[in-house]
Design a protein around this ligand. Structure first.
Ligand code: COA
Length: 238
């Protein structure tokens, strides 16, 4: 009897020891990927979260802070885009270049069907094991699109299917429920436009220049004119 108890105890402590080492190994591996592998693979940016490799391969100068979760590996993220701590990007397939997405932002949160007896996925999703086949078609879920040079401030929530136009600004804490036109500044719940960043004429010139597609070298050489958009456009277009 005593022998059996001792054996059981030994077995339990062995199991705890093994799981301790497995956790340690997993953390070391994560640390290795984040601190050693990513920065070496990716010298023109800074990556502090585990994100799909496809994003890293196809873009340059990305800054991705800690605890960022990007669920869609087919997403395109343009060059020099920044994503802050704890941001969650779910149903979104395009984020342009030169975007600044702040911390604690939530993008493309999926809806649950509202006409079932319950909104709980156990009644419609096969991943929750009650249903053998999904009862709700998630394949046609609309995704979010964020164009180039968009600023999304801290704690913003962007509902599924919304399009945010180039150069738009979303104020802190906003809930974006509809499309936001290019260069608009929108704030509040639900987000409403308070003004535009530039005049119609300037917007026309900026759009015509397509500065975000220009070579980094040219943009860097002319960075001293960035505070004067008209002059900047003139310089990079000449
Ligand atoms: C949206 C924002 C850029 C607007 O700046 P701005 O154009 O200088 O705006 P103003 O301060 O002139 O405010 C204009 C009006 O909008 C309101 N407003 C500004 N920001 C707001 C916000 N986030 N939510 C609700 N209302 C807001 C102001 O109260 C003001 O209202 P009033 O005219 O009734 O007084 C700024 O307020 C903001 O939200 N910044 C976020 C900063 C942030 O999170 N940065 C992270 C970067 S990584």
């Amino acid at each position: 009897m005593l022998k059996k108890i001792i054996l059981n105890l030994l077995l339990k402590s062995m199991k705890s020891l093994i799981s301790f080492f497995l956790i340690l190994l997993r953390n070391l591996h994560k640390h290795w990927i984040l601190e050693i592998k990513y920065p070496k693979l990716y010298p023109h940016g800074l990556i502090k979260s585990l994100v799909p490799e496809t994003i890293l391969r196809n873009s340059c100068g990305l800054f991705i802070e800690k605890d960022v979760s990007i669920k869609n590996s087919n997403i395109h993220i343009g060059k020099h885009t920044y994503i802050g701590n704890h941001t969650l990007i779910d149903s979104c397939n395009y984020i342009g270049a030169f975007c600044s997405i702040s911390s604690d932002v939530k993008i493309g949160m999926r809806n649950h069907p509202l006409n079932f007896i319950s909104t709980s996925p156990v009644f419609y999703s096969r991943y929750r094991r009650w249903c053998k086949k999904s009862q709700y078609d998630e394949s046609d879920i609309k995704t979010v699109r964020i164009d180039d040079d968009v600023l999304i401030s801290a704690n913003v929530i962007i509902i599924n299917g919304v399009k945010i136009g180039r150069g738009a600004v979303i104020g802190a804490g906003a809930v974006v429920t509809g499309d936001i036109p290019p260069y608009a500044i929108a704030v509040g719940v639900p987000a409403k436009i308070i003004r535009y960043r530039f005049s119609d004429e300037q917007i026309h010139r900026i759009e015509k220049s397509k500065w975000w597609e220009k070579d980094d070298k040219l943009l860097k050489e002319n960075r001293e004119y960035a505070l004067h958009p008209d002059l900047f456009i003139e310089k990079i277009s000449s």
